[in-house]
Design a protein around this ligand. Structure first.
Ligand SMILES: *Cc1c(COP(=O)(O)O)cnc(C)c1O
Length: 367
């Protein structure tokens, strides 16, 4: 009889921590016997999906006997047009998460290094670990500002990828355009992956989503997603934009039918639904302001955000408050996983959800 203990996964998998998503609404409802539960934990669009995307899916279901377009041609064209780049500079993927894995598979050898500001999105580490590459973390400066000089100083001859998440998840801070320029000029021939998942929410004059640097010929890849402002997280679409030589390398490790038919149709419709984007952005601006005011009133330090979430410091009671909020039917994201045990990250919800959250928090803090 064979011994199952001898069936061993690759050593590098020991490095991988399973991703912990926010608890789903139904689970909290069931566990705690609550009727009303709101989820402000995954930065989804609280207004719902683009209606044009929903209509496109409804139209598309009768064609499901066919395989998807392996080239995702219509979607590529729509994205290219929207960003002022060529079609062969675009790669659509099964969520931006898949793209991070594909980039890792295409560019990282065992022992290579990636540079990641800390704390940031955990998928970058995941991609490095599956390839046996090393993650070099560079802490943020005061107020979670990007420390560009420290990032430049962290470069070694093993550095293959530098990740910049801007606006950064979970801090909401962004890297100023002049700092992106400085970093690109200092590091030379290193791939910079610029995660602009929240770019639509960023309204600072000196914000860049990185596309302009691609147009100038820098080795930068901008990554975006349909899961946030476009409101179609459930169908899983993301995409990358970069020089066609970089895209060609990533295409080599992509499965042929990575973006399903309904996802392609929905994303193609959503990318030109400017009305839905504008509405979502305006609602988010109002919601962010509402949360800022509430945190000020409650004396809670928070970080000004360019995204659709706010990182707020609850102090020593952070974990207890996170749990107590859940008992009141509010799911937020606890900061411990980012090394921020005194913080939670709150997604901006609808007006009603934001009020429900603030009321729950007020009751807990002022009790
Ligand atoms: C949500 C998110 C993504 C991508 O999400 P997908 O749903 O996989 O497209 C990428 N980067 C950051 C920083 C995110 O927060």
């Amino acid at each position: 009889m064979a011994n199952l203990e001898n069936i061993k996964a690759r050593k590098t998998l020991d490095q991988i921590q399973p991703y912990s998503p926010g608890k789903p609404i139904w689970e909290v409802q069931e566990e705690l016997g609550l009727e009303r539960v709101i989820k402000l934990a995954s930065n989804e669009n609280p207004l719902g999906p683009s209606k044009k995307a929903v209509a496109a899916i409804e139209q598309g279901v009768l064609g499901l006997n066919r395989y998807p377009d392996a080239d995702a041609s219509d979607l590529k064209m729509a994205i290219a047009k929207e960003h002022g780049v060529e079609k062969n500079q675009v790669i659509p993927t099964n969520g931006a998460d898949e793209l991070i894995t594909l980039i890792s598979e295409a560019f990282l050898e065992q022992g290579d290094e990636i540079i990641v500001p800390d704390p940031s999105f955990s998928e970058y580490d995941f991609g490095a670990h599956i390839m046996g590459a090393k993650v070099v973390k560079v802490p943020f400066a005061q107020g979670f500002a990007f420390d560009v000089d420290a990032m430049i100083a962290a470069v070694t001859d093993k550095t293959k990828i530098i990740y910049i998440c801007s606006p950064n998840n979970p801090t909401g801070t962004y890297m100023k355009k002049q700092d992106v320029q400085k970093l690109l000029d200092a590091v030379g021939d290193i791939l910079v992956v610029f995660d602009a998942a929240y770019s639509h929410y960023a309204d600072a004059d000196d914000y860049t989503d990185g596309t302009e640097f691609i147009q100038q010929g820098y080795p930068l890849l901008t990554l975006k997603t349909f899961s946030k402002i476009y409101g179609i997280a459930g169908v899983r679409v993301g995409f990358g934009i970069a020089a066609d030589s970089i895209i060609t390398s990533i295409l080599k490790v992509k499965e042929p039918f990575n973006v399903n038919t309904l996802a392609q149709l929905a994303a193609t419709a959503a990318v030109t639904d400017h009305e839905h984007v504008t509405q979502s952005r305006e609602a988010n601006n109002d919601g962010r302001e509402f949360l800022y005011e509430a945190f000020e009133e409650l004396g809670l330090p928070y970080t000004k955000s360019m995204a659709n979430f706010v990182l707020v410091k609850l102090g020593d009671e952070g974990e207890a408050l996170y749990q107590d909020l859940m008992k009141k039917g509010v799911i937020v994201r606890y900061g411990k996983g980012w090394g921020l045990p005194e913080y939670v990250r709150v997604s901006v919800g609808t007006e009603e959800e934001n009020e429900f959250f603030v009321q729950a928090l007020r009751e807990l803090i002022q009790k």
